[in-house]
Design a protein around this ligand. Structure first.
Ligand SMILES: [Zn+2]
Ligand SMILES: [Zn+2]
Length: 388
């Protein structure tokens, strides 16, 4: 079947809007008609990454409607509204069977080689393969994705908001609720107020934290943090965050700190700013050449926990529907994360806006696709081409 897609044809080059072929879903795969997709900073990183296989279709934050299913698919059916998860898991490894599906490694090899789980692609142009991104490739009218990437949401969930759930929203919320296990009445610091940090604040708010202290070096971001539920703010460019955290908590430090910055200095400050028995959760990816320095003196006495969290310890089939319900109940803010709504043809404008450093990196441009205007069954029958 032919579809319109934004194709990455070279490192750092503007995406090209092209007509490409998408093949039928194979075993345990689903064809999704994309309704909306977010443009994430990770897409910009992939566009400038020499290791991204080319040509590729980027996009890993998406939601849509199931258009067809391959053999053996049981979790979704045609017409279901789904949000997409970019870390499908195997379901059988030690991590999966003990509930830590976010630690499953089965998706990484295909993710880095630009294929689906079986090592092949469903995308092509003129007989030549086009690679997938994060096993999704949502910058296109349709996507063939693993069944375990398709999480059914309630019919009333709007697709633009649903598209946000699978990346920064789940990561930030999960960092607070699942990784830091924020409890009612506790005190929480969130370092780094971006697309993940504001959702860590929301997670802490929903978990019932009494004080939520946002730490950032940009005062504009701290103002935004208050809109999402921060009760206090610290400008880390002007004040020592760990000292202020202690002042705000009777000298003890916070129960939990969530570091979304990717900077080791912030993690070191968070470590000092949590109380005995407290937890520091690191969500951001560090510069791999850096080392983290934690004071050795008294380490055994303070009982603190330093914990990395990938994807916010998210279990998509547990968390995505919960987040949709929180949104539909008016408890989780997603509308405020949509900066603007654009068409696929204008996708390069969304990439340009990232390069404007005054842009506050909290919300998203959302690409919306018109609803299927033709009889999709006929189109699927007539237009599929076999891609080897
Ligand atoms: Zn993302
Ligand atoms: Zn697994």
């Amino acid at each position: 079947m032919k579809m319109k897609a934004a194709v990455m044809t070279g490192v750092g080059k503007p995406l090209e809007i092209l007509s490409v072929n998408v093949a039928e879903p194979k075993v345990n795969e689903v064809l999704v008609k994309i309704g909306a997709t977010g443009v994430c900073h990770s897409d910009l990183n992939a566009l400038h990454d020499e290791t991204t296989p080319i040509p590729t279709i980027l996009g890993h934050e998406g939601a849509g409607v199931v258009a067809s299913v391959g053999p053996n698919v049981t979790k979704v059916k045609v017409g279901d509204k789904v949000a997409l998860n970019w870390v499908p898991y195997c379901g059988t490894c030690e991590f999966c069977v003990t509930g830590a599906v976010h630690l499953c490694e089965s998706a990484f090899e295909p993710m880095f080689s630009g294929t689906l789980l079986d090592g092949t692609t469903r995308l092509s142009k003129d007989g030549k393969p086009i690679f997938h991104n994060s096993l999704l490739s949502t910058f296109a009218e349709f996507a063939v994705v693993p069944e375990l990437s398709c999480v059914k949401l309630p019919d009333e969930m709007p697709l633009a908001q649903a598209a946000l759930i699978g990346c920064g929203v789940a990561t930030g919320y999960g960092a607070a609720v699942h990784a830091a296990k924020v409890t009612p009445g506790s005190t929480v610091a969130v370092f780094g107020i971006g697309g993940v940090g504001v959702n860590a604040i929301q997670g802490a708010r929903i978990a019932g934290a009494a004080k939520i202290i946002a730490c950032d070096v940009k005062s504009a971001n701290l103002e935004i943090a208050r809109n999402f539920g921060a009760t206090h703010t610290i400008n880390a460019a002007e004040e020592k965050a760990d000292e202020v955290l202690k002042e705000l908590t009777g000298g003890f430090g916070v129960h939990a700190a969530i570091d979304c910055t990717g900077h080791v200095v912030a993690t070191e400050s968070a470590w000092k700013g949590v109380r005995k028995g407290g937890t520091v959760v690191v969500v951001g990816a560090f510069d791999p050449t850096m080392s983290l320095t934690i004071p050795a003196e008294g380490f055994h006495r303070v009982g603190k926990v330093l914990k990395g969290s990938f994807y916010g310890d998210t279990q998509p089939f547990r968390d995505f529907p919960a987040l949709a319900k929180l949104y539909l109940d008016g408890k989780f803010m997603l509308d405020e994360l949509i900066l603007d709504r654009i068409q696929l043809d204008d996708i390069n404008k969304a990439f340009h806006s990232f390069q404007d450093c005054s842009c506050v990196n909290v919300g998203r441009s959302i690409i919306e696709f018109p609803a299927v205007s033709m009889n999709s069954e006929d189109r699927l029958q007539d237009d599929f081409e076999t891609v080897s």
